[in-house]
Design a protein around this ligand. Structure first.
Ligand code: 0PR
Length: 382
């Protein structure tokens, strides 16, 4: 650290210089991100709560109220029964961690195991390593959704939880959660649904007339759901969401915090930003269901436009997009992805599926998509 501090304006110049090197969502070239520009209300709210700390809840009752209300909005959207609830946490990774932490602690198993789809987000690898859970990966069917028979085969007396995706990270697929729920009930294990990405998208797809499988608390076997405001919730980073069917579940993950204003904490992160909860709350209030439905409809317009354009151009598209992700292959997808990236188009290459993946968030417009298709066409013609 420097000995003598710099004047404010010099600090600002340095900050601006660094910021200018960051990519900007609004340029339309970030096609690989599940985050986006926050809604203006989220930015405003975030600024208002910069110093508020949900880790010492007794000092910030106004912030606590906003977190409760933001969680209640998510719980209502996902049909959580009375008596549940949850938290606004640092992201999908912490939300998945809390779900499996609770499942592990609720069981009395000595060598606990978890069954996840092969397509589960890599956060489960981290979480299982941390919690010393053996992770077993169930096979997918030809539509890239988990095969319930494979899940059933992997369940045994050590299984403490089963996981399903509602909006997988790679392709946006929604697993047959109803079948997983039945299996979970029959085997007496909790089902956790990772809807980090899909939780604030799939319910609105349904309202727009798309056929989508049930994936929320209407299904009995589901004990917890991850749903992230900092993804399709258009909120500021960091904002994940964890919902539990019953508040009894989080009794198993309570840690005593004897000298704080509240006697215990259930989140992994201690000092945590009320700004994130306030921002999520502000987006929910500002957009309402109608606003979310419109955002989802716009994302699907761009997605379907790209899907059709890629098919017309002769690329192999892996599946009709279940949500705002399109995955396609060329003769050499890895090479194409690296060419695109070197020309400033930020796409993901998914080694497991040998495909290019585009995530069409609200910052990507049809105009950007048309430019991308044009550019791809030029590359192909060479
Ligand atoms: N579950 C699912 C289904 C996810 O898609 C993700 C992250 C997580 C859990 C973990 O969430 P956190 O990253 O909030 O802890 N999905 C994105 C991904 O890995 C995260 C991301 C976002 C990556 C923006 C890049 C980026 O620019 O693709």
């Amino acid at each position: 650290m420097r000995v003598k501090g710099l004047p404010e304006k010099d600090v600002l110049v340095k900050l601006q210089q660094a910021r200018l090197r960051d990519l900007r969502y609004e340029d339309g070239k970030i096609l690989c991100s599940m985050c986006t520009n926050p809604h203006p209300a989220a930015k405003q709210a975030h600024k208002m709560f910069l110093e508020a700390n949900l880790g010492d809840a007794g000092l910030f009752p106004g912030s606590v109220q906003l977190e409760r209300e933001a969680v209640a909005s998510l719980a209502e959207l996902l049909h959580a029964p009375e008596g549940g609830g949850g938290f606004i946490v640092s992201g999908g990774t912490e939300a998945n961690l809390l779900a499996l932490y609770a499942a592990r602690n609720a069981s009395k198993v000595a060598s606990p195991e978890v069954v996840v789809p092969e397509s589960a987000h890599f956060s489960f690898d981290k979480v299982c390593d941390l919690l010393r859970l053996k992770i077993l990966k169930a096979k997918l069917d030809t539509s890239f959704r988990v095969d319930p028979a494979s899940v059933e085969e992997l369940i045994n007396e050590n299984t403490v939880a089963v996981v399903g995706n509602a909006g997988s990270a790679e392709l946006g697929t929604v697993d047959p959660i109803d079948a997983l729920s039945k299996i979970a009930v029959e085997c007496g294990v909790p089902l956790h649904v990772d809807a980090a990405f899909g939780g604030l998208f799939v319910p609105f797809l349904k309202e727009l007339g798309y056929t989508t499988p049930e994936f929320d608390f209407v299904l009995d076997g589901i004990q917890s759901i991850t749903v992230d405001p900092h993804k399709m919730g258009m909120s500021t980073i960091p904002a994940g969401g964890i919902l539990f069917r019953s508040s009894k579940t989080w009794e198993c993950i309570k840690t005593a915090t004897p000298y704080l204003t509240e006697p215990n904490q259930c989140t992994f992160v201690g000092t945590r930003p009320a700004a994130s909860a306030a921002a999520a709350w502000a987006v929910f209030e500002s957009l309402g269901r109608e606003g979310f439905k419109k955002a989802v409809a716009d994302c699907m317009d761009v997605t379907n436009y790209l899907y059709e354009g890629l098919e017309e151009a002769g690329f192999e598209v892996l599946l009709r997009p279940p949500m705002n992700i399109v995955a396609f292959r060329s003769a050499d997808s890895k090479m194409l992805a690296s060419k695109l990236r070197s020309r400033g188009w930020h796409v993901s290459y998914v080694p497991r599926l040998d495909c290019i993946r585009l995530v069409l968030m609200p910052h990507t417009t049809k105009k950007h998509a048309a430019e991308f298709l044009l550019y791809l066409g030029k590359l192909k013609a060479k």
